[in-house]
Write a protein that binds this ligand. Structure first.
Ligand code: SAM
Length: 246
């Protein structure tokens, strides 16, 4: 397949497309780990779109979600699902596809593949099989939320999702308390209230930044003490995806 860069006519200083196209044409690199928006479809790089058009197959978590993105940018590359519950079998299939010399891109439902999603398993097995992996960077919820949290950003710890079981969660929160730096936690709307209650128990009524629906219509960052947040979510059902920073 010959790649024709649509940036050919654009100023090379603004868009160093020679580097860009040579990356796409590289015959050894085969798995492209492509970051996609965390809500706002405009948050995708030129390079991500071009790579998604160029590859033979896109492995994604939920094909319905990724199709919204591919339709928006007229990307006609076939999609195949790769998610938590089919990752073993689908991982073998994707390795077979790579062995045939085809180029595969990995995306997740949102953000950067491999960050608290099943992407890590595929990246690990592709590397173990001796293939190359290349990053096409872009949004990730943790960096977006941290950067606007008002908490120190020079040193931070990314926890991802806390353990679900209450004993393990209390133990982990007490360990995090001793970390001596900003901590970033992911949480879903279904568990946010329970998680805040567990945090209050382990850490006391500390002040946190709660980033919700970042880049989306109802984006907000609430900088409050935990007790106030708990009271709020007891009366108003929490909605959206959350990042907790403390
Ligand atoms: N790979 C993704 C990334 O790079 O951020 C994270 C995937 S993880 C399965 C999903 C979690 O990310 C959500 O439960 C939430 O904690 C966080 N998240 C994703 N999108 C978000 C958004 N727009 N606003 C706030 N948090 C978000």
């Amino acid at each position: 397949m010959q790649y024709v860069g649509w940036l050919d006519s654009v100023d090379e200083v603004t868009f160093p497309y020679k580097l860009y196209t040579s990356t796409l044409k590289h015959s050894i690199i085969m798995l492209y780990v492509v970051s996609t928006p965390i809500g706002n479809l405009g948050d995708i790089t030129f390079r991500a779109i071009e790579v998604l058009k160029f590859v033979d197959l896109i492995a994604c978590e939920d094909t319905r979600k990724t199709r919204i993105l591919t339709q928006r940018y007229a990307i006609s590359t076939p999609l195949t699902s790769y998610y938590e519950y089919n990752k073993a079998a689908k991982g073998d299939f994707l390795l077979k596809v790579l062995k045939e010399g085809k180029k595969v891109a990995l995306v997740s439902d949102a953000g950067t593949p491999g960050i608290s999603d099943p992407g890590f398993s595929l990246i690990k097995s592709v590397l173990e099989a001796g293939f190359s992996v290349i990053s096409v960077p872009g949004p990730t919820a943790l960096i977006s939320a941290l950067s606007i949290s008002g908490f120190a950003t020079n040193k931070f710890f990314f926890e991802g999702f806390l353990p679900v079981k209450s004993g393990a969660r209390q133990k982990r929160l007490k360990e995090l308390k001793k970390m001596g730096c900003t901590v970033v936690v992911y949480e879903s709307p279904h568990r946010i209230l329970k998680t805040l209650e567990a945090m209050e128990q382990a850490l006391g009524n500390i002040k946190v930044a709660l980033a919700r629906e970042v880049t989306k219509k109802f984006e907000e960052v609430i900088r409050q003490d935990i007790a106030t947040l708990i009271a709020k979510f007891k009366t108003t059902k929490p909605k959206g995806e959350f990042v907790i920073i403390f």
